[in-house]
Structure formats: C-alpha cells, structure tokens
Write a protein that binds this ligand. Structure first.
Ligand code: SAH
Ligand code: SF4
Ligand code: F3S
Length: 465
C-alpha cells in the first residue's frame, strides 16, 4: 500500500516518537460530544488507516493528532480549547507533527478565527460536513507543508478500492450506524443546525447491507444515529424512518436495533407501530422533552406541548409495556420563571423517565436565544439540582423494581480483577455489572438482578439468553 513517509524521529531528536525511519507515521484521535461524533471518528480513523497511518492511543507516539470536538455548550468548547492549548507542547516537541481540529467547533467561523489568532499550532480545521473530503484536505496540507517534512504522498489510491473510508469500528457487539446527518429544526437555543447543516439521509439499501455485513462479523447491537433520526427519508425513494426500521430488521440473526435521537414532533403513531411490531427493535425510546412549560417549549421552537408529549409517552408505553424511556431536559432557558420550572418538575414526576440527561442552558452565539437575557447562574444551578434530585429518586425506584427479576442482557465488556467483571446492557439500554466469565462477551444471556444503584444494575449470569 502507498503510505505517507514521515521524516525520522532522529532527524528531530524526539526520542519519544513512535515513528521510525521507513515505518508508518502514527495518528491518535480524541473524541468529545455526542454519538454522531463517535461515529465520525470511526470514519476518520478508517480514512487515516487507509492513508497509511498506524493508529495509536498515545499522543506521545503520534505524528498526527486529531481532536473531534463538540460545540453544544460553552463548557464543551472550553474543555476542547484546554486540550488544544496543552497540545502546543506536543507540537513543539517535534516539528512536522500535524494537529487537526475536527467536529462541530471547527464549523464555526469564530472558532477558525480564534484558532488562527491564539492557537497557531492548529494546522487543519475539518467541519463535520467535510469529513468525506478529509483525506484530500490532509494531503493538500501535507503537500504544501514547509521544511519538506512529508514526502511520497499517495494520490488517493484507495478511493478506487472502494474500502477507502470503511469506518474503524470498536469491537463487537455494539455498532454506531449514522443514517441521517444535519438538522433542519432550528430549536432556538441550539448550535447543531449551524455546525452540521441541513438534513441529509443515507440510502436505505446501503444501511441495511452494512448491518447485514456487521451481523456476520458478530455485531449485535446497532444504534441508528441522527440528530433528528425520525425525519430520515431514503434518497432512493424507499420511504421514511418506519420503513428503514422494517428494512433493517429483514436481516437474519439475533440482534438489536435502537435509534436516537427522536424528536417528539416527528415521533408518529406509524413509528410506534413499527417499533412494537419488529422483534429486533429494542424497547427503548430516547425522546428529549427539554421543558415541561408550554411557554418555554414555544420559545424554544420545539413544536409540541407538554400535554402532547405526555400523551405520546402514554401511547408508546401502551404499545410496548416494557419500554424504557430516556429524555433530555434543559433548565434556565432565557425567561424561564419559577412557575415554568415547576411545570418541568411536574412533567418529570408524571413521565417517570428511566433516565434523564439534564443540562444547564448555555448561550450559543448566532442562535436566537443568545439574544435574550441569560438568567443568573445561581438560579440555573438551583433548578438543575432540584431536577436532578427528583430524577435520581425516580431512577432509583425504577432500578429497585428490577431487583429479583431475570433480564435478557447483551454482554459487551470484561474487566478482569473486578468483583463483577462483566459489563452488559439490557435491551432498554440499562447498564448492568455482572458476575460471569469473559466467554459471555458478545453474547445474549439471562441475568438475575441482585442489587442496584441510581445508575447501575448488579447481578449474575444464570444462562444463555
Ligand atoms: N437532537 C437532539 C439533541 C441534540 S443536543 C434533540 O433534539 O433533542 C443534546 C442535548 O443538549 C439537547 O437535547 C439539549 O437538551 C442540550 N442542549 C442543546 N443546546 C444546548 C444549549 N445551548 N445549552 C444547554 N444545553 C443544550
Ligand atoms: Fe438541536 Fe433541536 Fe436539532 Fe436537536 S432537534 S439538534 S436540539 S436544533
Ligand atoms: Fe456536540 Fe456537534 Fe454532537 S455540537 S452534541 S458534537 S452534533
């Protein structure tokens, strides 16, 4: 295979380098943010590997460092800038190293400016919409690189082989499967439509075929991904998201299909019917509600009311009695009053989510909500803590109800030395730590649940599942 030849470590006197004369250069990746970013990193790693890079987990060994970043809240961005800052030493230790800033942060013009001004050791910015072009972007950067640091750059030989950007996935049994990118919803607080652009769906036939191939390789738990997955529409005319579920579930074998993120305004009766009727579809719905106040939901541009959300939950639970429901709620949206927040608490108490991801509103430049006055930090923090306390009680009760039951689980990891070394997930996505041997990894099993915390279930394997 054609590879990029990297100048020797000795040339630059960096004894920590993993790159040796004539050997492949090494690349290291770090991922922040959501599952879309995880899936994007798998693709980027596939591209790097096809370009001839060896993949390493150690930045000290790497010739190229790629950070795949998130811009959804200010905290996510400041953490990433912190990492970027630290990498100035990494970069200075060996000229010729390449620092790539990918992901949602790289899509925002103000961040490109900031990198240029304050972090000049960032060499390349690649926004999510340009991931397909990453190998070309990297090659043209390397071609123009100063000091003749890189030579023998391949002329995209691997495009022809068809395997060019086959993602480098984690080990079975779990696999991410992006099906739609971008978001057209423009919730008034959210940066994602600005970073990922308009919705684009991947062809249904290709998704189903890839899942078939992964089942052959031992993958058993597929998550169909999109910021707004229910608005999937096959570009080849095969239909919408319920049809995609049906098509994917035509594959033979024992496997689970889950999907995220669903938007309440697009979560149709047809979707619930498809979920309930298809055996491989996991009884799990991640359905972010964001607020329990109709006034706030309207200001957020969410397109539903609290009552509509709750009736959607009721009908989904009626169709699937074992359904696990998880959600996202944001507190402290501009103008949220104590009364609005009480509505959020009532909705939470009534919805009884199995798990809730709670966030404090963070203004994002360029979004309509950022024009509105932000609430005081202490008000937001207090509301956040009250919501968390309410939900922790509910999660605890939900887990307590599972004690003494037998659950079907899929084991996905083994940590030797741990009292309960197996990690596994229920079809609803709950994490279980179990007593059992490494031979269970990648297999369905029956597990008796013997104790719990707010976040985990504990128990032991009692047989094949
Ligand atoms: N597409 C999904 C989620 C996208 S981002 C949806 O529609 O729900 C994941 C979560 O981050 C959101 O559900 C929201 O709760 C939170 N979030 C998004 N923008 C935010 C912001 N500006 N401040 C705080 N939390 C935010
Ligand atoms: Fe953001 Fe709303 Fe799109 Fe979700 S649906 S990604 S919250 S704009
Ligand atoms: Fe973050 Fe982008 Fe995902 S902003 S949440 S990485 S879509």
């Amino acid at each position: 295979m054609n590879t990029i030849r990297h100048e020797t470590a000795d040339t630059y006197g960096d004894s920590r380098s993993g790159a040796r004369h004539g050997k492949r250069p090494a690349a290291c990746t770090r991922t922040f943010g959501c599952q879309q970013n995880e899936a994007d990193t798998e693709r980027l790693r596939g591209q790097l590997s096809a370009m001839g890079y060896a993949l390493t987990d150690k930045p000290g060994d790497a010739d190229l460092m790629l950070l795949n970043t998130c811009a959804v809240r200010e905290h996510a961005e400041s953490r990433a800038w912190g990492h970027i800052g630290e990498l100035s030493h990494w970069k200075a230790a060996r000229p010729g190293r390449v620092l790539v800033l990918c992901g949602c942060m790289a899509a925002l013009p103000e961040n490109a400016e900031k990198a240029k001004r304050s972090y000049p050791h960032v060499d390349i910015l690649v926004e999510p919409r340009n991931i397909d072009r990453f190998p070309d972007i990297l090659r043209s950067f390397l071609r123009g690189a100063k000091h003749g640091r890189y030579t023998d750059i391949p002329q995209a030989p691997d495009y022809a082989s068809g395997g060019y950007d086959a993602p480098r996935r984690g080990a079975p049994p779990r696999a991410w499967m992006p099906v739609i990118s971008g978001c057209d919803n423009y919730c008034s607080y959210c940066i994602v439509p600005h970073t990922r652009g308009r919705e684009r769906s991947l062809p249904m036939g290709g998704i189903a075929a890839e899942i078939a191939a992964l089942i052959e390789k031992g993958y058993k738990d597929f998550t169909l991904l999109g910021q707004n997955v229910n608005s999937y529409r096959d570009p080849d005319g095969g239909g919408g998201f319920p049809e995609l579920l049906r098509r994917v579930c035509e594959n033979e074998g024992d496997y689970l299909v889950r999907f995220m993120t669903s938007h309440p305004k697009d979560c149709s009766p047809a979707l619930i019917e498809a979920m309930a009727g298809l055996k491989p579809v996991a009884p799990h719905l991640h359905l972010p509600v964001q607020s329990g106040s109709d006034r706030v939901l309207d200001a957020m541009n969410r397109g539903y009311t609290a009552a509509r959300y709750l009736s959607l939950l009721d009908s989904a639970r009626a169709a699937m009695p074992s359904l696990t429901v998880t959600s996202d709620i944001m507190v402290g949206f501009p103008g949220e009053t104590d009364g609005d927040f009480e509505d959020t608490l009532s909705l939470t108490a009534r919805a009884r989510f199995d798990m809730l991801f709670t966030f404090i509103y963070s203004p994002r430049a360029g979004t309509p909500a950022a024009q509105m006055p932000d609430l005081p930090r202490e008000v937001k923090q207090r509301r956040f803590e009250r919501l968390l306390e309410l939900q922790n009680g509910i999660s605890h009760e939900k887990h307590a109800a599972l004690e003494g039951t037998v659950q079907r689980v899929l084991a996905d990891g083994y940590e030797p030395g741990n009292d309960l070394p197996l990690t596994a997930r229920t079809p609803g996505g709950r994490l279980a730590r179990l007593d059992g041997g490494p031979e269970w990894v990648g297999r369905f099993a029956r597990a008796e649940i013997t104790s719990h915390t707010t976040w985990n279930l504990f128990g032991k394997i009692i047989g094949e599942g």
